[in-house]
Design a protein around this ligand. Structure first.
Ligand code: AMP
Length: 250
């Protein structure tokens, strides 16, 4: 029976209006609502559906981050995850380091399928799944909008520019989720209660054996330029006159 790994990242909630910190070095995360990365919620949902269909046996949730990540793992438990691993790192962990840590865990746990987000909405890297596939030398199907597991392979449909692309990947493999794959469920109260009892193993990043020093350096983080407001014109004549005389584009 299949074992599925779902890596989930704790990020600023997608509804929060982002602010840059006073040093201009990062986005402000103090006193800001944090949630599971939306693409990872979709990944958890898909794993739970495979388990409910009797196609998978166990769903392992892993998160790399500060102590708040435990709450994110419990959210995944309340949706149907079985047990968790929390790799503790107070700083943001860059994609290559995340991929190396996941690789070690996958080899230890003998995982069949990794379902993960196509990108984390905090730094929009869109790298971890691809790097992990390369490190493991596993096939990957990125940006999945539909997924079907049959025996030893997964059929994945991807939305591409010209239409839909269908891929078959052999297990073990990596799948990354796109927005339309499914609609994640809301956890019920009994499931939230049950989630409190599920096991999370905590491992400090220093004990993973992975070199977690940064290869990326953030030079500066800036707010986008504030747009000047628009204005209404009375009629076409005024519009043409404004475009000609004020904006100077015709
Ligand atoms: P990224 O490459 O950073 O855009 O992230 C792509 C996916 O990798 C996310 O949707 C998560 O599934 C996974 N991921 C990235 N960072 C972490 C992390 N710190 N902990 C757990 N999973 C992560």
């Amino acid at each position: 029976m299949m074992k599925i790994l779902v890596p989930v990242k704790r990020v600023i909630d997608y509804n929060v209006k982002i602010r840059v910190n006073s040093e201009g070095s990062a986005v402000e995360t103090n006193n800001v609502k944090m949630s599971m990365n939306p693409f990872d919620e979709i990944a958890v949902e898909e794993a739970v559906r495979l388990k409910e269909a009797g196609l998978a046996e166990e769903i392992i949730i892993v998160s790399i981050g500060d102590k708040g990540s435990q709450e994110t793992i419990r959210t995944a438990f309340a949706m149907g995850g079985d047990r968790g691993v929390h790799i503790v790192n107070d700083l943001n962990t860059e994609p290559l380091v995340v991929a190396k840590i996941l690789k070690n865990l996958i080899e230890k746990e003998t995982i069949d399928i990794v379902i993960m987000g196509k990108q984390a909405i905090d730094d929009d890297s869109n790298q971890t799944g691809q790097m992990l596939a390369a490190l493991l030398d596993w096939p990957q199907a990125t940006f999945a909008s539909k997924l079907e597991l049959n025996d030893n392979q997964i059929k994945v449909i991807r939305e591409i520019d010209g239409g839909l692309e269908t891929l078959n990947v052999k297990l073990p493999c990596i799948v990354t989720t796109d927005l339309r794959l499914n609609e994640p469920r809301y956890a019920s109260l009994p499931n939230i209660m049950k989630a409190k009892k599920k096991e999370i193993i905590e491992i400090p990043i220093e004990e993973t054996g992975v070199d977690f020093s940064s290869r990326l350096e953030v030079l500066k983080v800036e707010e986008p330029e504030i747009r000047s407001g628009g204005r209404k014109v009375e009629d076409v004549n005024e519009l043409i006159s404004v475009l000609k005389n004020e904006v100077g584009v015709i």
